[in-house]
Design a binder for this molecule. Sequence first.
Ligand code: SAM
Length: 261
Amino acid sequence: TSFGFQTVPEDEKEAMVKSVFNSVASKYDLMNDAMSMGVHRLWKDEFVSSLKPGRRGPMNCIDVAGGTGDIALRILDFARENYADRESCVQVVDINDQMLEEGYRRFKKTMYHNTPQISFHEANAQQLPKEKFADNSYDLYTIAFGIRNCTSMPDVLSEAYRVLKPGATFACLEFNKVDNPLLSTLYDQFSFSVIPLLGTILTGDRVSYQYLVESIRRFPSPPDFAKMIRDAGFVTGKDIDGAAWTNLWGGVACIHTGVKV
Ligand code: SAM
């Protein structure tokens, strides 16, 4: 695993990811806006609206690597605004307590605070404690910009499969490698110079942002990631409805879904 200009062994990656997000937690939302020029909001909106939470009645959702609760808030808002649903609930799970704390603080300002609709839990996506996250218990599993930070993606996917009810959906929003050569050059320029520079200016932490950029390059291509989802037992693509993944913005980001059989 490469980290900045050093090499970090796989078994140290988890601790390092934790420290990266510890160091950026309080500035995380600001940095997201600055780094993506606000575009992450549009992608997250599209991700959640494509899943139509609440359409078939209240849902029990788990948002893993949920950080400060961006996806959870959108799920609850979407269900309430479109289906007058105030019963769907989201459990936000993250390995980093400081990210969760930011999320908790943020939800204090919303109508969901102190209701069963939202809760925050510290756990590792690769090994969700069974007593808390039981088999076959969720209608929707989401993971946004999180799976690429995990040491073992197959373990994350098999845990997702375990906790979902049969017929329920796994949905992942993630950055993508860009194929178009022109877009790819622009994107490289932006990500390798602008993002770490913004990181330094806004949070004083260049190395963390360098790491985040590098983790995007190591992420598998959409067909390879779709295969990993199928290998975990999910059905993807034409077997459900249409393509296995949806590209956003010419493939800069991508939505993958799978259904538990
Ligand atoms: N989903 C949020 C969003 O889209 O704004 C947060 C994304 S943030 C880029 C990645 C999150 O993954 C961080 O909050 C980090 O702590 C969390 N994370 C990294 N490794 C994890 C693991 N093994 N289990 C659970 N969460 C993890």
